[in-house]
Design a protein. Structure first.
Length: 176
């Protein structure tokens, strides 16, 4: 079991940090390694498949993906300074976001991607080119969007987006 103290508060829509363009990571510090650990714990606790640093208030280009849940590796993967270099196909899938709890919508995205990134492995950075498909590709694209201040609702037609946000705001207010 992860200890509660490792779990970070998740920033919610309306928080400015979610709209900032995150900065590239120049040096791997102990602070960043610790942050990645806490983000893994936070993601697991919140039942998310991915979590980007801006969602915990850090405007840096890092995110974690629960690749254990996706059955891609035995441990969650930490992506640092990722860049999508190829996109192919198209798929529609219902997305949600830990920063917009309770709002879900179908989003169209490329089905396959190739991403150039650094991965954190045993406290070291390893450069990788990763081919991702289906849900893995979708999570990576959703998280990279977070690093650019983009949220999944921004991909929706303007009217659908406005309607969903109206409902979401009403629901949050009524929860008091
Ligand atoms: Zn999200």
């Amino acid at each position: 079991m992860k200890e509660k103290k490792d779990v970070l508060p998740i920033r919610i829509l309306g928080d400015k940090v979610l709209r900032e363009k995150a900065q590239p990571i120049e040096d791997l510090t102990d602070e960043i390694i610790k942050l990645a650990k806490k983000m893994e714990a936070t993601m697991k606790m919140a039942n998310g498949i991915g979590l980007a640093a801006p969602q915990v208030g850090k405007s840096i280009r890092l995110f974690v993906v629960d690749t254990e849940y996706l059955e891609i590796s035995k441990r969650p993967m930490v992506f640092i300074n990722p860049v999508i270099v190829e996109k192919d196909g198209e798929s529609v899938f219902e997305e949600g976001c830990l920063s917009i709890p309770g709002l879900y919508a179908d989003v169209i995205r490329p089905k396959k991607i190739v991403v150039k990134t650094f991965i954190l492995r045993r406290k070291k950075l390893v450069e990788r080119e990763i081919e991702a498909d289906d849900l893995f590709a979708r999570v990576i694209q959703h998280e990279i969007d977070h690093l650019d201040g983009v949220l999944f609702i921004d991909h929706l037609p303007p009217e659908e987006r406005a309607e969903l946000l109206r409902e979401w705001t009403k629901k949050r207010h009524s929860m008091g």
